[in-house]
Design a protein around this ligand. Structure first.
Ligand SMILES: [Zn+2]
Ligand SMILES: [Zn+2]
Length: 361
């Protein structure tokens, strides 16, 4: 009987070809395959995905995962275990809703804030949902948006005004990481900033620091192409750390952002700030890092970690719609979903000058 069932395509399935999706099975094993279109649970929304960004964390899962992807136990909120549809930086149009979904309606363009939250733990109850005990991301701990369609809980959605393009909306998620880090820093107008690493988060921090009124923005990276991009986006000075020394050039800045996640970048960030300065950690470290605690005490340098984001999407959407900044300026390429393994994951694994690559389903 099982064979008979699988041999026959169900006649009532809305999309009987299945949903084309980029599915993580294991490290170096991302497959473009058609998946059965799932039924919606109450409070869930189905999107036709228009753009999905590829993140550094997606690359880590591809190269040597699993890191965040659940492979043994299902994630407590999503209930999903690998194989899993990747993609947490996505935007689309609502095509179906089920049950109470707040203000979300079919036909709306929406951006996805992909953090799962339980709504019941101490962190959730005080509004710090990025610190939820069961926190996770759609696209890493549950099915994401690197697919023709995605299903997400309605609380993740932000309705987009016409003034925000699909390309801009696809970069809202990394922009949210950057804005949360900026808020954690307490940066005020007229202060000076060092940004270590000119990847997507670093470049967005440059843009947002400029919007916040930073008078001096010093950026370091090992890629001259990325440093040129940083200058175009508002950096006042750049240092190639292969030949220069950030702490010498940036000495005494008020705030430094570590946006790489490696020991030398952390050292540069700490050594760049003034006495009483602040170092915000936003890079994801693959190994434990060391600090000179005596130096931190002696100079009263604050180390401030920043995880994900909370309560920043509405402000970001307003800033973009109002023309204050354009996060899509960090997009370097768009690739079709069917070609994402060869033209994105494999190419990005080799040295390259790409910043943000978007998948177009
Ligand atoms: Zn990301
Ligand atoms: Zn919670």
């Amino acid at each position: 009987m099982d064979g008979a069932l699988t041999d026959r395509a169900p006649a009532d399935r809305a999309n009987d070809k299945g949903i084309l999706s980029a599915v993580w099975h294991a490290a170096k094993d991302i497959r473009i395959e058609r998946r059965v279109r799932p039924a919606l649970e109450p409070g869930e929304v189905r999107l036709r995905v228009t753009r999905c960004g590829i993140c550094g964390s997606d690359m880590h899962e591809f190269l040597n995962g699993p890191h965040a992807i659940p492979v043994k136990e299902p994630h407590p909120i999503s209930g999903v275990v690998a194989p899993l549809v990747l993609g947490h930086e996505f935007t689309g149009e609502v095509v179906e809703i089920y049950g109470a979904c707040g203000a979300v309606k079919v036909g709306q363009r929406v951006a996805v804030e992909p953090e799962y939250r339980c709504g019941a733990c101490a962190a959730c109850l005080q509004g710090d949902y990025n610190l939820c005990e069961k926190m996770g991301f759609a696209g890493l701990m549950g099915h994401g948006g690197m697919a023709e369609e995605a299903v997400v809980p309605h609380y993740m959605l932000h309705i987009l005004p016409d003034a925000v393009t699909d390309r801009q909306a696809a970069v809202l998620e990394p922009a949210a990481v950057a804005l949360h880090a900026l808020r954690r820093s307490g940066l005020t107008a007229g202060q000076s900033v060092a940004v270590v690493g000119a990847g997507p988060i670093g470049l967005l921090l440059v843009q947002l620091s400029a919007v916040a009124g930073a008078k001096r923005i010093v950026v370091s990276d090992v890629s001259d192409a990325r440093l040129a991009r940083a200058r175009a986006l508002g950096a006042t000075e750049t240092v190639n750390s292969l030949s220069g020394h950030l702490p010498t050039q940036a000495r005494g800045v008020d705030v430094a952002f570590e946006a790489v996640g490696v020991q030398p970048a952390l050292d540069d960030a700490i050594q760049s700030v003034r006495k009483g300065g602040k170092v915000v950690l936003v890079g994801l470290f693959g190994a434990p890092a060391r600090v000179d605690a005596f130096d931190l005490v002696n100079r009263e340098v604050e180390i401030i970690p920043s995880c994900g984001y909370r309560h920043v999407y509405a402000d970001l959407i307003g800033m973009i719609a109002g023309g204050l900044f354009d996060p899509s300026l960090i997009v370097t390429r768009e690739v079709p979903l069917a070609e994402v393994v060869a033209s994105a994951f494999e190419r990005l694994a080799a040295p390259n000058d790409d910043v943000k690559v978007l998948v177009v389903p």
